[in-house]
Design a protein around this ligand. Sequence first.
Ligand SMILES: *Cc1c(COP(=O)(O)O)cnc(C)c1O
Length: 396
Amino acid sequence: MYGKFQQHLAAELASIEQAGLYKNERIICSPQGAEITLADGSKALNFCANNYLGLSDNPRLIEAAKRAMDARGYGMSSVRFICGTQDLHKQLEQAVAAYFHTEDAILYAACFDANGGVFEPLFTAEDAIISDALNHASIIDGVRLCKAVRYRYANADMADLERCLQQAQAQRFRIIVTDGVFSMDGNVAPVDKICDLAEKYDALVMVDESHSAGVVGRTGRGVAEQFDCYGRIDIHTGTLGKSFGGAVGGFTTGRKEIIDMLRQRSRPYLFSNSLPPMIAAAGIELFKMLEESNELHTRQQENVLYFRERMLAAGFDIKPTQSAICAVMLYDAPLSQRFAAAMARRGIFVTGFYYPVVPKGEARIRVQISAAHTHDQLDRAIAAFIEVGHELGVLK
Ligand SMILES: *Cc1c(COP(=O)(O)O)cnc(C)c1O
């Protein structure tokens, strides 16, 4: 039976490879961090993790996880509502809600699940979901699972959003959905303007804070803090897998009745295992740390500025970022791959992106800056950028 299907898959895989889109894994043999050790023992500086606050190997989080594993065991072997809820899960939900200044929160195994399980329980074919064209794949999939009428507006384009809102007056309820920070350009969604339009056209607002939480806003509390939109965003989703320690887990936080309904009807919550106690405990410790000090956020912001200023001075073309993501524009797809490979040979890991991940003719190197990077490490990356930039004719 497998014969024909095997040939089909082999041909598909070959065409992925030919298009230069085949994804290979880098094998790391050390903790995640600013500097990582590879399988061959060599070291590399890491500028492509979502480790924005440098917490992936944080001793306090490791200790909290170990303590919880000793006290509470390894796993829950249950979904939340049958026998998979510990006091730790409830405490973490409260900590998430306190951090975002919301009424309640619900945990998921990942933000992919949070987004997959947020629309279908709340909206029907009578309603409208109005989604930014550059929203994350998990939002797109979540919307697909729901029967609501779909509208799509151009990235952060408020005139286009307004057009969608006008059309969506035909539906019963409307929700505008956006990423807080878009992962390819590093731009922040204009959430204040989105909230204005939501009020004008009677719509709810949902923001996915995966790349914005811990980064955007005066103390890193995301877009509501950045735009002073507290009380105007109905739903935030987010991940524990980026700024917040980088392990695993997601959440939806917002209005009480919305979270209540998700606990009743959200399928990834009802039919998937609880987070392990160690993850919940480390999450509680994480929010305690962020409450105590803003030092990591401040350092991360300073590092972004430091990197950007020196790269611009060297003559690179960088998208105006408002986050920890710096897009170094090269425009040419093969060049972006040669550039990333030349950087890797110098022990600097950055990612080259090109169509279809970004629009045609907008190939780039994405650099993700962390609080964990030292100035010396940033300097080494900048020096490598300049060297490769000259070698490949990007810099004159
Ligand atoms: C990373 C990311 C997710 C997925 O988060 P996981 O917890 O890893 O599943 C969802 N949405 C956005 C915008 C993301 O960047």
